[in-house]
Design a protein around this ligand. Structure first.
Ligand code: DX5
Ligand code: ZN
Length: 223
């Protein structure tokens, strides 16, 4: 069964706790959290203090997507933030971008040593050949299907073959493929068919056209 991971980047930050509780009660599988530093991407979002605060509002696994330079310097801080409120971090994911750090193999293993699922994210322009040596150290592969930095962008259609290739690459392993960016009612089925295991949806879940619940139900009905 494909998992839906609403990206809280598009939620109403003035009532984030309520929005997260509603997201969990609406059938979401994970909470996707976009951490941006204004350097790796041209936007600044949330940090470990906010992760600590929102962890009180959900029992769902947290899927932290670091879009920051030098992620190694912050891994332990984020691991601690996830562990607040006695949460079981073994179900959480902590992911960084391969373009942001030289020593990916070391950092993936460090995340696992901290008891968290390890993930690596690839920008649209980064080839799959960059991760072939990392397969034994990773639990999650994030394929960006927009240029990271903002919610509400359009899915880059030319990423579909990359998703299919990635599916072949991880065959025989437990690595999950997460597709992030521009997922909507229009394209969710073909993205799932291409091989995605987890689908992030920001604008498609938190837009004003319908409730969070209705949006999640509609997306789930299509896959
Ligand atoms: C973009 C973020 C995404 C984004 C997805 O840099 O990594 O997670 O919030 O939002 P939508 O689904 O609106 O493209
Ligand atoms: Zn993301």
């Amino acid at each position: 069964m494909v998992k839906i991971a609403p990206s809280i980047l598009s939620a109403d930050f003035s009532k984030l706790g309520d929005e997260i509780m509603e997201t969990e009660n609406s059938g979401a599988d994970l909470i996707h959290i976009d951490v941006m530093d204004g350097h790796f991407v041209p936007n600044i979002t949330i940090g470990p203090l906010v992760i600590e605060a929102i962890s009180k509002f959900t029992n769902l696994p947290m899927n932290v997507h670091l879009m920051i330079e030098n992620p190694s310097a912050y891994i332990e801080t984020f691991a601690k933030a996830l562990a607040k409120n006695d949460r079981d971090v073994s179900l959480d994911y902590l992911s960084f971008h391969i373009e942001a750090f030289y020593h990916s193999h070391r950092l993936l293993n460090k995340i696992r040593e901290l008891g968290i699922k390890s993930g690596i994210a690839l920008n649209p322009s980064t080839p799959l050949s960059s991760i072939t040596h990392l397969l034994d150290s990773m639990d999650l592969l994030i394929l960006m299907t927009v240029n990271p930095g903002f919610g509400g962008q359009s899915f880059i259609e030319s990423m579909l073959p990359k998703i299919k290739e990635a599916k072949k690459l991880v065959r025989g392993s437990d690595i999950e493929i997460l597709v992030d960016g521009g997922v909507s009612e229009k394209n969710i089925k073909k993205i799932r068919d291409a091989g995605a295991d987890i689908l992030v949806a920001g604008a498609a879940v938190y837009n004003d056209k319908a409730s969070i619940k209705n949006n999640i139900i509609r997306l789930k009905a299509l896959v």
